[in-house]
Design a protein around this ligand. Structure first.
Ligand SMILES: *Cc1c(COP(=O)(O)O)cnc(C)c1O
Length: 385
């Protein structure tokens, strides 16, 4: 009955983790879930209010425009200028998305012919390779190794692979490794992409989740990047809006036009009321973002200290709400995740769930209140490595 395409697909990573979590809950275990990267705090009030108001306006009840509500695209362009110092024309270089997962999944359809190679970071967000396969492209793993600061090594990609490569996904600040990239790396990326005729999709879902004064650069800031790149922005993590399904793509006009052509043939855009709420988020005070970052900083520090105290060495990340930790020697990712769950009731994500090169690591999401993270740390205290 099913297509080959979905027959070879494993269950979505978090769907299978949910199953083992549920089994523990059924046994009566008090679970602390640091698994999935979903902000625990509510969406800021001014954004919710904007939605309520917009939803009462019948003008929002009809089909939205394919490329997105123009005032939303204008707000996105202004936000890009203010926070990232990039200039984009809201009419031709900005596109609304139903969350960036949708964008990641569909963008290969615009640039890939069957058999073309797509360079995908490994470990990485699973949808990069899945979206590639759905477009009948061939994912090629770029290992993100700790000794390279979890950046891909372009030199290591074989020539015959490069010949077939048409598209590349990048994601900094990075999920799952929490690594960041500097402008120099992005400059090298533009050179590399230009030389090899590769379109770069930079998934920038975590650009505002930054700590200790760190500022995350935009890929599109780099000279030449606009001709070969699209950057995907998500409202989800920045404004605690994962459930709302809203993001936007910016980039070179030709690239955005290609992506828009795919989207207009698949979906009919984002509910206008949600886009109006998005305007409130992007144009309103950004204090809510800063407040969340302070909260994540505290949680991060408690968990990093706790992990160190049981013999797991981690550096506090500059960005994202993840801690990417090496598992203790003698364990693999799955084995350690199992011990954590069974001995302490803590859910964390095994690194190999993000690809083979994530083996040997585990990811914790800082998505619980600081006192719960403290409780997690106390529970882990009985595990010493
Ligand atoms: C969470 C996440 C997304 C998905 O964001 P949505 O806008 O909610 O679809 C995309 N990419 C990465 C790397 C993520 O971690």
């Amino acid at each position: 009955m099913y297509s080959e395409r979905i027959k070879t697909l494993k269950p979505y990573l978090f769907a299978s983790i949910d199953e083992s979590k549920q089994a523990m809950i059924d046994k009566g275990v008090d679970i602390i879930d640091l698994g999935v990267g979903d902000p625990d705090k509510p969406t800021p009030k001014h954004i919710v209010d904007a939605l309520c108001e917009a939803a009462r306006d019948p003008a929002t009840h009809r089909y939205p425009s394919y490329s997105g509500l123009l005032p939303f695209r204008q707000a996105a362009a202004k936000w890009c200028k203010d926070t990232k110092n990039i200039d984009v024309n809201p009419k031709t270089q900005v596109l609304s998305m139903i969350g960036s997962k949708e964008g990641v999944a569909h963008v290969p359809l615009a640039f890939i012919n069957p058999g073309d190679v797509v360079l995908c970071p490994n470990p990485g967000y699973p949808v990069y390779s899945i979206g590639t396969k759905f477009a009948e492209g061939v994912p090629y793993d770029m290992p993100l190794r700790e000794e390279n600061g979890f950046l891909p090594d372009y030199e290591a990609i074989p020539k015959d692979v490069l010949k077939k490569a048409k598209l590349m996904f990048l994601n900094y600040p990075n999920n799952p490794t929490a690594a960041v990239a500097d402008k120099k790396f992005f400059e090298e990326t533009v050179e590399f992409a230009k030389e090899n005729g590769i379109v770069v999709i930079h998934d920038n879902a975590y650009c505002e989740m930054v700590y200790d004064g760190y500022k995350s650069p935009s890929f599109l800031e780099i000279d030449g990047a606009m001709d070969l790149g699209i950057e995907l922005y998500s409202m989800s993590k920045t404004y605690n809006m994962t459930g709302w399904r809203l993001g936007f793509a910016v980039g070179g006009a030709d690239l955005i036009a290609g992506f828009g052509k795919v989207k207009s043939n698949i979906d009919s855009g984002v509910f206008d009321a949600v886009q109006r709420a998005g305007i409130a988020a992007l144009s309103g005070s950004q204090d809510c973002v800063e407040d969340m970052n302070k909260i994540y900083t505290k949680r991060r520090d408690v968990l990093v200290k706790g992990l160190k105290s049981i013999g797991i060495d981690v550096n506090p990340p500059k960005a994202t709400f993840y801690i990417w930790a090496k598992v203790p020697s003698g364990y693999d990712s799955m084995g350690f995740a199992k011990v954590l769950l069974e001995e302490t009731g803590i859910v964390a994500t095994p690194g190999n769930g993000f690809g083979d090169y994530g083996e040997g690591y585990i990811r914790f999401a800082l998505t619980k209140e600081v006192d719960i993270i403290e409780k997690a740390v106390q529970r882990m205290d009985k595990l010493k490595f």
